[in-house]
Every structure is written in C-alpha cells, then in structure tokens.
Design a protein around this ligand. Structure first.
Ligand code: PLP
Ligand code: SF4
Length: 411
C-alpha cells in the first residue's frame, strides 16, 4: 500500500515513541501491596513468602484472567508450578492479554499441547551427566545444577522436567559427588552454577559452594546463571555483593527478555553487582509476541547496556514440551540479528544460538554475510546490503598481485 510521507512519518514517530517508552526506567511500585511496610516489601524473604502460587490468589488480584489462563493455572502443579513474586506481578498489565510479562509467567492451557518434536529434556542434559546434577557437554566446562527452585517460573523453561518438582523428578543434588567429579577432572576450568536459581540460597550456602570450587586448583573461572535480579531484585543485597566479590573471577549471566523487566529496582540491583566488579551478561529466549520484534529487541539490548549488562546470547526457544505457543521462528531470529549488526552498538549485539536438540551444544546462527569465496576474492555484504570484496586466493593465501576490486554496489 502506498503511504504518503506524512502517514509514514507519523507511523515512524509512533514507533519511536513506543521504543522510548519501553526504554524509560520505571518502578512497578507497590500496586496491590500498598499497605505492606517498606521493610517487608524490600525484604527478599518476604517477597518469596508472598508469591502468587494458586488460582484463588491470582484470581483475587486479577479478575481478568482468561479461560485459557485459568485452566493453565489449575494444571500447573502437574507440569511446572506457578510462582510469581509480588514485585514482578506488579509489572503485569491486567488489561492486556498479550502483556509480554504476563505471557512469561502465567500458565496457559496450551502448555498441555505437546508437538511431536517436543521433548521433556530437549538438550539431552540427563544423558550427558556423569553424576546427577552435573552436565559435562563441553571438554573444558561444566554446568553445575545446585537447586530445582526459582523465585518465579518461566513457562518455557528448558529444565521444567526438574525445576519446581511438579512432575516428581525429585532433584536432590549431592554437592560432594558433583564437586568430587570436578576436582578429579583437570580438563574442567570453568564451572557454571545454575539450576533452578543459585541466588535463592542463603549467602552462607552459596559461599560454601563457591569457596569449595575456588579451592580446586584447575578451576580458573566461575559463573552463575540467575534470573533473580529480574524476579527478585531485593535479593541483590550489599552483603551478597560483598561475599560474591571474594570469588573473582566470577561472572553473572542474567536472564531478561523484555525491556519492561528492566525497572529502576533492577537497574539499581545490577549496578550493585557491577560495582562489586562482577561482569554481567544477559541471556534472552526468543519468544513469540514477547521479544520477536526487531524494535523491541533492540530497545531491550540497548537498555541492558544502560544497566551495565553485555548481551551474551539470544536462544532459539528449546523444543520443550508445551512451548509451541511461545516459540518464535529461527527465520525471525535471523531477521532480528540482521537488524542489529551494524545498526546499533556492537556491544549490544548478542550471539543468536540454537542449543542443538538432543545435546550438541550451542550453535551460532547468523545472517549470511559472505556471498562467495572465489579463486581470488571473498565477496561479502555489509549491514546495508552493499557488496564488497577482499583479495585472497581460494586456499586463504594473500594474492601475489592485488585483484581488481570492483566498485559495483549490488542490492
Ligand atoms: C550453555 C552451557 C554451558 C556454557 O556454555 P558457554 O557457551 O560457554 O556459555 C556449559 N555447559 C552446558 C551443558 C551448557 O548448556
Ligand atoms: S529462572 Fe531459569 S531455571 Fe528458573 S524457571 Fe526460569 S528459565 Fe527455568
């Protein structure tokens, strides 16, 4: 359809103002809990104790629950529990069924639909576990699962077979066996603590694990995967940061999907971690109608930089059972990457990956930039589609005589 410039200008202006609004830092405020004393509201244990976990309490707060959501909440305890911290609940827009926050944490009936290619352990973690709770897929690093609990549960969780224990997996990590395996496997230099969420542990329990790992001479690098800075920023206390900074080099990978998750509380919590010298990365999952739009994704990634977080990965949603309604396409993921590289700060551009179904590890998925690699040149395009050439023989050696560089600009 032909649009007059003024219509297009207005559409562009509307899009720009939507993006500006997504990037603004706001506090969700106290919302439904305005009567609660400040000392309780800012206490992470109070937040955990008062999570929304059943139909009666969610319906009381949100009479606008749809029939699909109501059915999903009723079924959640047989699949993946529902739990939402009061702080995070206040980010949900009760008037918008498609609210990107709502879709991540409120169960839906569609979770009971399993596509033929979906699995309960899509990345084959259990078959790569030398001892329970330790996934040793790559030669030099391990995934160390420390708990099956999280502050809130993401409906697309790749580890929902064990997380929240709704299906009776009964995950009971034995730290001595896990640590013993790491200690007697000198090829391991990097340990990633995950779960569940390691930051749900008390400072003392977490420190016990970190100090035991640090005592192993071949462990160079520690990192923690956590969604707590988003679900429960109150947990990021000065005492926690002071403890963590004793175990450097320690990196933290947070998990945030949408710019509205990055509130003033979250920015402050991440600032405390960064001030403790902890390099911060972010992992997002590409989710339909949540962040599968290039403008929303770019706003999110730029806002992460404002929170001192370097975007690390965007994951294609794993083939976890019951996630079809949340899965965006690989094709759209590639399109988004194409809209990022060159169009914004390089630090804002993460790597798009598919964690290979069955257990092949994370594989980078990129837009194609190399058009051909001929006898005497590599032909490639830039972010604007302009074509360039680099003189090089097919075997990779420099050319004795520079090739004629053409100045043609295709596309
Ligand atoms: C993601 C993952 C890691 C860490 O991979 P990086 O690419 O180094 O971040 C390690 N082990 C397992 C099993 C993983 O799934
Ligand atoms: S925080 Fe991580 S482990 Fe916990 S439910 Fe969400 S995706 Fe799963």
């Amino acid at each position: 359809m032909h649009m007059t410039p003024s219509v297009r200008d207005r559409a562009d202006a509307a899009e720009a103002s939507k993006i500006d609004s997504l990037k603004a830092f706001r506090s969700p405020g106290r919302g439904f809990w305005s009567d609660v004393p400040e000392s309780d509201w800012t206490d992470w244990r109070w937040q955990l104790k008062h999570r929304i976990t059943n139909l009666a309490s969610i319906e009381r707060l949100m009479p606008t629950l749809t029939p699909e959501e109501r059915a999903g909440v009723q079924l959640a305890n047989t699949k993946l529990a529902m739990a939402i911290t009061p702080y995070f609940f206040n980010l949900i827009d009760p008037a918008d069924e498609h609210c990107p926050i709502r879709q991540q944490v409120i169960p839906r009936l569609e979770e009971t639909h399993t596509a033929p290619w979906e699995m309960s352990d899509p990345c084959g973690e259990d078959s790569h576990s030398p001892v329970p709770g330790l996934v040793h897929r790559y030669p030099d690093r391990v995934l160390f699962l420390v708990t099956d609990r999280c502050a809130a549960y993401c409906r697309y969780c790749t580890r929902s077979r064990l997380v929240s224990n709704a299906t009776g997996y009964d995950f009971h990590p034995e730290f001595d066996r896990q640590i013993d395996y790491i200690a007697r496997t000198p090829s391991i230099r990097d340990v990633l603590l995950s779960g569940g969420d390691p930051l749900l542990f008390s400072d003392e329990k977490l420190e016990y694990l970190l100090s035991r790992l640090r005592a192993i001479p071949h462990i160079e690098f520690l990192r923690i995967g956590t969604r707590i800075p988003l679900f429960l920023p109150q947990r990021i206390t000065p005492a926690l940061c002071a403890m963590l900074k004793q175990y450097h080099p320690l990196f933290l990978s947070i998990h945030s999907n949408h710019p509205r998750e990055l509130t003033t509380e979250v920015r402050d919590a991440l600032g405390r971690l960064a001030d403790a010298g902890i390099p911060l990365g972010n992992q997002s999952v590409l989710l339909k109608n949540v962040n599968d739009d290039a403008g929303v994704m770019k706003a999110h990634l730029q806002k992460l930089l404002m929170c001192r977080v370097r975007p690390y990965y965007i994951y294609q949603c794993d083939l976890i059972a019951g996630s079809s309604h949340l899965r965006a396409s690989v094709r759209q993921g590639i399109h988004i990457m194409q809209q990022l590289r060159g169009h914004t700060t390089g630090y804002a551009v993460p790597q798009f990956v598919i964690d290979a179904p069955g257990g092949g590890g994370k594989v980078p998925i990129n837009p194609e930039y190399v058009l051909s690699h001929n006898q005497d040149r590599v032909v490639f395009r830039n972010f604007e589609g302009k074509v360039f050439e680099y003189p090089e023989a097919a075997d990779g050696t420099p050319l004795a005589r520079p090739a004629q560089i053409s100045e043609t600009e295709l596309v």
